[in-house]
Write a protein that binds this ligand. Structure first.
Ligand SMILES: Nc1ccn([C@@H]2O[C@H](COP(=O)(O)OP(=O)(O)OP(=O)(O)O)[C@@H](O)[C@H]2O)c(=O)n1
Ligand SMILES: C[C@](O)(CO)[C@H](O)COP(=O)(O)O
Length: 262
């Protein structure tokens, strides 16, 4: 595929129930910058995205436009993520490559964006960043009783941005409209699978984690150096240095193995 026009859709119309911030999650601030603005900046910093469309909650379109501070289009979202992406897709009719990137994965590094776009340009119709699952996985019944092991070999946890040849994503969404596939799919690659399309992976990045709960938010702030750690306590005198960017070169006078309470 030629270079083509790359558009990115940023679904940001969720309410953020699990975060419980009392306002749409994408408008929650992390280290002085709201999530949706961080997500847009990350996409643009990749240097491979030409156009961004933010999908906003109906009552927060102006607020989101102001927060992003870039001349991106902002459209009203739908009742679920699939509907919101479809509404964004409807306005990127000039795109050859379409990325879909959760506002909630706003710390995803630009390298991942570039890798996804490069793989679509190589000719893959659908590309997702994904990483090995770290935890042991079990299947359980509705009561929580374990019913069987799950072989972790070949299991990957999937992130965004997901990248698509525009025609592939359009066909997938058209087929999903009003069908049970839309209800089942938790991501856009799932819709491509539903129409028999091939989906390939590129390596994900731990920083692309989805900010879902208050703990995720605290971890994001800690990653950006905006708080000492994921507990609320103040840093100890010794280890406040560890909060500075280059912790590798910061000496600590405590003996190795000393328990550190934060
Ligand atoms: N109707 C919806 C629902 C979700 N999203 C977006 O899809 C992404 C992934 O969803 P999730 O992290 O689950 O966000 P919420 O749906 O807001 O979270 P919750 O389920 O806790 O309410 C988010 O950027 C969210 O804003 C969207 O654009 N439109
Ligand atoms: C799209 C996604 O972020 C990929 O991991 C994920 O599927 C979103 O899931 P959610 O249940 O809507 O949070």
């Amino acid at each position: 595929m030629s270079a083509g026009h790359v558009a990115a859709i940023v679904p940001a119309a969720g309410s953020g129930e699990r975060l419980g911030a009392g306002r749409p999650k994408a408008l929650v601030t992390i280290a002085g910058e709201v999530m949706v603005a961080r997500a847009v900046e990350g996409l643009l910093a990749s240097g491979v995205v030409d156009d961004v469309v933010v999908v906003a909650p109906v009552d927060h379109v102006d607020e989101m436009r102001a927060a992003v501070r870039r001349s991106v289009r902002v459209v009203v979202g739908g009742d679920d993520r699939v509907a919101s992406v479809a509404l964004g897709l409807a306005v990127v009719d000039d795109a050859d490559v379409v990325l879909v990137h959760d506002a909630a994965r706003c710390l995803c590094p630009p390298d991942v964006v570039r890798a996804v776009v490069a793989a679509v340009r190589e000719g893959h119709g659908a590309v997702i960043p994904a990483s090995p699952v770290a935890d042991t996985v079990r299947r359980v019944d509705p009561t929580g009783r374990v019913v069987g092991p799950v072989d972790r070999t070949g299991l990957l946890a999937v992130q965004t941005p997901q990248g698509f040849a525009a025609d592939v994503l359009r066909r997938a969404h058209a087929a999903a409209e009003g069908s049970s596939a839309a209800a089942r799919a938790t991501d856009d690659a799932g819709l491509v699978e539903e129409i028999g399309g091939e989906v390939v992976t590129v390596p994900g990045d731990p920083r692309g984690f989805k900010i879902t709960t208050p703990l995720d938010l605290a971890m994001a702030e800690a990653l950006l150096g905006a708080r000492p750690g994921i507990s609320d306590g103040p840093p100890s005198a010794c280890c406040s240095d560890a909060d500075k960017p280059d912790v590798r070169t910061t000496p600590c006078s405590r003996a190795p193995g000393t328990e550190i309470t934060r």
